[in-house]
Each structure stands twice: as structure tokens, then as C-alpha cells.
Design a protein around this ligand. Structure first.
Ligand code: ADP
Length: 220
């Protein structure tokens, strides 16, 4: 069994991003300690999160006193203040936190965060903007792009392929994508095999390189 500290995550900065993140971690069953320097923010979230403390996270001593070193993971969710974001990551790195996640608001910000000790950098505005662009211009219902030209998408089954078995469609050979499964509304997700017949009106989960996933999503 994992200790509560291992399951625990420190979230620094309760702006829009940090507060959603903290709420999601709680719903996933993780212990969350949230830190913000603004007393009004602390007051506002203390009823909804189990542990919210007021502190300036750029101060290494303040973080140490909060017992942050017993946590395995911290997320620096500060966006607007570059200085506060960078100094907070630096303080966490000096304290030797094993997993430091940090939010960047620009490519250069991301590079600085990595160089001062962030292990993982996320870029929510850029990532969401790109993802939504794909959703707007294609029939994809959902799209996750992994680095290195690989994507997974949820797409409506193209009408020309519905009702036919995968052994006949041969999506890998023909379209360069693998169909992982098919979902009919109200029914459980089914992994696809060669004998799977794509149900009309279903939603498919497909994987492949980005161009090919997009081309498949464009089939009608
Ligand atoms: P968002 O775009 O997600 O709303 P903001 O950057 O506006 O993010 O909010 C960041 C939060 O981080 C604010 O609540 C702010 O009070 C908090 N914050 C900023 N600097 C520090 C700091 N040095 N220590 C702790 N919290 C901070």
C-alpha cells in the first residue's frame, strides 16, 4: 500500500488552472495540499479543498515549514507571474522534491522551468488551443497528440466503413491507422479484433501518425 504522502500532491497557486487541477486530484482520491499567497483565495478554497494554506511559495523556508518535503509531488500552477513561477520551482528543486510539475505560459517560460529543475512542464493554453483547432476543422470528437508524431482520436465511424468487418477494411494497410475499439452509445467499449464489424453510428478509437489519423477522420 502506498502511504498518504505518496498519494499526496502539493498544488501551488489557486488560480483558474490550479483550482481545477486541485479539484480533479481530490476527485481522483488523492490528498491535496494547496498553497496560495493570497489570503482571499485561501479563504475561498478552504471550504472545498481539505488543506489550503497561505504562504509565499518562493520562500524555501516557508515551504519547508509546511512539511512539503514529505510530499512526493508538487505542481506549480502559477501562470501570470513568471518570477513567482520560476522562484517557486527553484525552491522546490532546492528542497529536493522528487516530482516537480510546472505550468508554462510560453515556450521560453517552459525552457526556464526545465532548466531550474521542473521534471514535467505543461502548457495548458497552447495544448488546449492546438487540440481544439483539430476538433474544429475535422470530424474528430477527441484528439490527443503525443510528441513524436503519434495521436489517438475518437471519430464517428465513416459511413462507407460501417457494417463491414475490420478483416476486410484492413485499416492499417489501407489507412495507416489501427482501430482500437468501437463504442455504441449506452453499450460498453469493445476492443476491436479482425472479426469486429464496425457498428453503424458507432464511435471509433483509432491510433496512428497525425496525418493518417486526420485523413481517416475525414473519410465519410
Ligand atoms: P490562472 O491563469 O490559472 O488563473 P494565475 O496566474 O492568475 O493563474 O493565478 C495564480 C495563483 O497563484 C493566484 O491565486 C496567486 O495568488 C498565486 N500565486 C502567485 N504567486 C504566488 C506565490 N509566490 N506563492 C503562492 N501563490 C502564488
Amino acid at each position: 500500500a502506498r502511504s498518504s504522502e505518496e498519494r499526496g500532491v502539493v498544488v501551488i497557486g489557486l488560480g483558474r488552472f490550479g483550482s481545477h487541477l486541485a479539484g480533479s486530484l481530490l476527485r481522483l482520491g488523492h490528498e491535496v495540499m494547496a498553497v496560495d499567497r493570497d489570503p482571499a483565495r485561501v479563504e475561498r478554497w478552504s471550504a472545498r479543498l481539505d488543506r489550503v494554506v497561505q504562504a509565499d511559495a518562493t520562500e524555501e523556508d516557508a515551504l519547508r515549514q509546511l512539511g512539503i518535503t514529505s510530499f512526493g509531488r508538487a505542481v506549480v500552477a502559477i501562470g501570470a507571474s513568471l518570477e513567482a513561477s520560476v522562484f517557486t520551482v527553484l525552491a522546490l528543486a532546492e528542497l529536493g522534491l522528487p516530482q516537480i510539475w510546472a505550468r508554462a505560459t510560453s515556450r521560453r517560460h517552459a525552457r526556464i522551468l526545465s532548466s531550474v529543475g521542473a521534471h514535467h512542464v505543461v502548457f495548458p493554453e497552447a495544448e488546449t488551443g492546438e487540440r481544439v483547432a483539430h476538433l474544429i476543422v475535422t470530424r474528430m470528437l477527441d484528439f490527443i497528440e503525443f510528441g513524436d508524431d503519434f495521436a489517438i482520436a475518437r471519430v464517428p465511424v465513416p459511413e462507407t466503413l460501417a457494417g463491414r468487418p475490420l478483416s476486410e477494411i484492413r485499416p492499417i494497410e489501407r489507412y495507416g491507422v489501427r482501430v482500437l475499439g468501437a463504442k455504441v452509445t449506452g453499450e460498453p467499449f469493445r476492443y476491436a479484433s479482425d472479426s469486429t464489424v464496425l457498428p453503424p453510428g458507432s464511435t471509433l478509437v483509432i491510433e496512428g501518425n497525425i496525418d493518417q489519423v486526420q485523413r481517416f477522420a475525414g473519410l465519410s
